[in-house]
Write a protein that binds this ligand. Structure first.
Ligand SMILES: Cc1ncc(C[n+]2csc(CCOP(=O)(O)OP(=O)(O)O)c2C)c(N)n1
Length: 327
């Protein structure tokens, strides 16, 4: 795998970022219209990380996500229908309506799950890495986590064990510089999360997460290393969360100028400028892509709206594993 995507992949990445953006914007509207229960954490502004990373992964590679995971699933190839129906709590959701926004998983695309418990993926990933080693495949497992999550113990446990085992894990910190209402400067010693890699003897690199191509290059390199049996890497992708921590958060703790500055570094506009500069996209083509994505999102909404809720008698289905050695 090279560190630069070819023309087809570049166009797919552009479409994927737009798909994430429009999905999240419409989910926000639907949430305020009372169509989606519970909490949702949106990733508008952070699309460059999800899409840059997943473009460097294969469909059969694995991904652990966070509580802010809709974009990660879309970038990994998950269906908008299954995702939105899941947010609605409908029986047609990819977890039959029992996961909701923070506990979605979709094994068909290697998406091993969003998680409401911060940093969980960091300690689950070494186990998946071990399973890959034992099965002798060349898959990798990538794990996304926030800057806040990087200050919890499981981050260190997971990186340590993965490094020790030379497990095929890519640790990818999606650093939007806020952990809910706490600024990174008030919570993070040492300043650099990437620099923590040195303590475990693995490569660590910081990239501009608003530049999907920079994320792609860093992840492609880490994936190459992992596939070659050289072990894990740590990447810190710096990005900007445009909206509140969760939908409905008025962001009173944060200067407005920060979000305005973030909007000027829009990852979608950035990739679009690159595509236009390379004569891979023009206004007509871009309008066609936008129109197709609009139709996909509206189709997912119609699907979720018209789907049934799970039947009460299905409440306990799929909750327990029946061990093969027992009836
Ligand atoms: C173990 C644990 N502690 C606290 C929380 C509450 N909580 C949810 S999101 C969040 C902030 C997370 O910040 P970060 O990891 O930077 O991710 P971001 O929200 O910025 O994407 C906190 C403290 C939680 N879900 N799990």
């Amino acid at each position: 795998m090279t560190d630069t995507p070819g023309p087809d992949l570049l166009l797919q990445m552009y479409a994927a970022m737009l798909r994430v953006r429009r999905f999240e914007e419409r989910a926000r509207e639907l949430y305020h219209a009372g169509r989606i229960p519970g909490f949702i954490h949106l990733s508008v502004g952070q699309e460059g990380v999800a899409v840059g990373a997943c473009a460097a992964l294969r469909r059969d590679d694995y991904l652990f996500s966070t509580h802010r995971g809709h974009g990660h699933l879309i970038a990994k190839g998950g269906s908008l229908r299954g995702l939105l129906a899941e947010l609605y709590g409908k029986a047609t959701g990819c977890c039959k309506g029992k996961g909701g926004s923070m506990h979605i998983a979709d094994a068909s695309v290697g998406y091993l799950g969003a998680n409401g418990v911060l940093t969980s993926g960091c300690v689950l990933a070494p186990g998946v890495g071990l399973s890959i080693q034992m099965r002798g495949t060349d898959q990798v497992v990538a794990v996304l986590f926030g800057d806040g999550a990087a200050n919890r113990g499981p981050f260190h446990e997971g990186v340590n064990l993965s490094a020790l085992w030379r497990a095929p894990v890519v640790f990818l910190c999606e650093n939007n510089s806020w952990a809910s209402t706490t600024a990174q400067g008030l919570s993070t010693a040492g300043g650099s999360i990437a620099a923590r890699a040195a303590g475990y003897g693995i490569p660590g690199v910081a990239v501009d997460g608003n530049d999907a191509l920079a994320v792609y290059a860093a992840v492609a390199q880490a994936v190459g290393r992992a596939r070659a049996g050289e072990g894990p890497s740590l990447i810190e992708a710096k990005t900007v969360r445009w909206l509140g921590h969760h939908e409905g958060d008025p962001q009173a703790y944060r200067p407005k100028s920060e979000v305005e500055d973030g909007r000027r570094r829009d990852p979608i506009a950035r990739l679009r400028a690159h595509l236009e500069g390379s004569a891979l996209l023009d206004a007509t083509h871009a309008a066609r892509v936008a129109e197709a994505i609009e139709a996909e999102v509206e189709d997912a909404i119609a699907f979720a709206e018209s789907s049934p809720l799970p039947a009460p008698e299905a409440a306990l289905d799929d909750l327990f594993v029946h061990w093969p050695w027992k009836d």
